[in-house]
Design a protein. Structure first.
Length: 217
């Protein structure tokens, strides 16, 4: 496959950004619906133990399924967006950029390292996209920090909830699982808009600054 030029790469990034933002918006709506269902389940108003597709339980089950499908699609397309954003920075030969496009995504799948390496890659992509170089590529940013904090907390809680649900036997344990699921969903209410802004602002920065910085470098 021929190597993609920077202008083409930025156009591709913009197209992927539109898809990611649409999925994030859909994910936020499904998350709100799921959170309503989780609270109703906690209060005993609905129960998936007696799910009936003709009533509220069936609707709740459909919302849960839709949320998981949207989540999986979002992970995939968001990863493709990160790859292209990193590839564009690499194509612009920004001094000091230390991550390959593949590892900008790949660090998400490496235990322990996935707690900080993906954040480091995204921070350098963000700064490089905004015209910074070398010593400024690791400069902090509030949006990035809050986005990553929400991501880490929801990931840890979700992992713990999954493990706990596998061995939950009593009503009290199932209630604890549900309470933690509600906590994870509530935190994700902030994660979605933060991720939306991250994608939007990074894409716009590459469109407005990365090309000109590359031309006049």
């Amino acid at each position: 496959m021929a190597e993609m030029g920077l202008a083409e790469g930025i156009d591709l990034l913009a197209r992927r950004a539109k898809i990611v933002k649409a999925l994030l918006a859909a994910g936020l709506l499904s998350l709100i619906a799921m959170l309503v269902g989780e609270i109703a389940e906690l209060q005993g108003l609905i129960s998936l133990d007696n799910a009936d597709l003709d009533n509220a339980e069936g609707l709740y089950a459909a919302v849960l399924l839709a949320n998981w499908l949207i989540l999986i699609l979002t992970y995939v397309v968001f990863g493709m967006w990160i790859y292209r954003a990193g590839a564009n920075v690499d194509a612009a030969s920004v001094p000091g950029f230390r991550y390959t496009p593949g590892w900008a995504v790949g660090w998400h799948f490496v235990p322990i390292a996935n707690l900080f390496k993906p954040f480091g890659a995204m921070r350098q992509i963000w700064n490089a996209s905004h015209g910074n170089e070398t010593g400024d590529l690791d400069r902090g940013n509030a949006l990035l920090t809050f986005w990553w904090m929400c991501w880490i907390v929801t990931s840890i809680v979700a992992n713990y909830v999954f493990r706990l649900s596998l061995k939950a036997d009593t009503a009290e344990e199932f209630r604890t699982v549900l309470e933690l699921e509600i906590l994870s969903s509530a935190i994700s209410l902030a994660l979605y808009p933060l991720a939306y802004r991250l994608v939007e602002r990074t894409t716009r920065a590459q469109q407005e600054r990365l090309t000109s910085a590359h031309i006049f470098a």
